[in-house]
Design a protein around this ligand. Structure first.
Ligand code: BTN
Length: 264
């Protein structure tokens, strides 16, 4: 995959207006961060065929065999407070499930906040990282830039992936053009990001609920080592997850990890 190929017929105004692609990198998120520091414009994308130090959420690693899947990061410069950054991740998750369905016919769902699953296996993860302005900066209230890193398992075999993971190829028995998928994701993410940027996150949150695997389920959330068990009732206008605990108390979760429990 090279930038020319990825840009062909892309026709986006923002996302993908600059594209970099590499055979191998430590992490596309690190490379995009560096470009962010250097002042590259919003919408710049970094793709890699292989990552030596691919990262996941909560300090986990993200491993993916060379040349089979999609590994890329998008640099954004939204005007929002650090507390709102998670909304961008939820927006990306919504874009991804829509494109996966449109291009591959696979009905995937979202496990809060942004893991994309199909048939009980994870096929895609999103890692959003933010560079906040130093306090003395004039724009101290805003996020300086945000990097949205996406790892989508497209054509790899399950044996090449970590336990519990799968790929679109494994699920359907077909192989898919990574370039076609990447272009569709950039187009859809641009549309959804523009909706978000116009202050209409509630529309995205509504779509998120349609694809949610978490809402209505019994879950255990782990937040800073504390376990909260109950039924997830859905997300609010800030993208936080609400859990009704067995003792009736409602808990609002803004970050952390959740596990779906078997009994519905
Ligand atoms: C997760 O599910 O924990 C998030 C995984 C995010 C992986 C992607 S791959 C491209 C980008 N670069 C990284 O180092 N991580 C993200």
């Amino acid at each position: 995959m090279n930038p020319e190929e990825l840009s062909r017929g892309l026709e986006t105004r923002l996302i993908g207006r600059r594209i970099f692609s590499y055979e191998a990198l430590d992490s596309t998120n690190d490379a995009a961060r560096k470009l962010g520091d250097e002042g590259l414009p919003e919408g710049t994308c970094v793709f890699a065929e292989f990552q030596k130090k691919g990262r996941g959420r909560l300090g986990r690693s993200w491993s993916s065999p060379r040349g089979k899947n999609l590994l890329f990061s998008v640099l954004l410069r939204p005007r929002l407070s650090p507390a709102e950054v998670s909304k961008i991740t939820l927006t990306a998750a919504v874009s991804l499930v829509k494109v996966i369905l449109e291009i591959t016919g696979v009905r995937a769902g979202i496990q809060w906040p942004n893991d994309i699953f199909c048939e009980g296996r994870k096929i895609c993860g999103i890692l959003t990282e933010m560079s906040a302005c130093p306090p003395e900066s004039p724009a101290e209230e805003g996020a300086h830039f945000v990097v949205v890193g996406i790892g989508l398992n497209v054509n790899s075999g399950v044996r090449e992936l970590p336990q519990g993971a799968s790929s679109l190829g494994e699920i359907t028995g077909k192989s898919f053009s990574r370039v076609e998928l990447a272009r569709a994701i950039l187009r859809q993410f641009e549309k959804d990001y523009l909706v978000f940027n116009k202050g209409r996150f509630e529309e995205i949150a509504g779509e998120w609920e349609n694809y949610s695997l978490t809402s209505g389920r019994r879950v255990t959330a782990t937040v800073l080592g504390r376990k909260i068990q109950g039924r997830a009732t859905g997300i609010d206008g800030d993208g936080a997850l609400w859990i009704r605990q067995d003792n009736g108390l409602q808990e609002r979760i803004t970050a952390g990890d959740i596990e779906h429990l078997c009994a519905l």
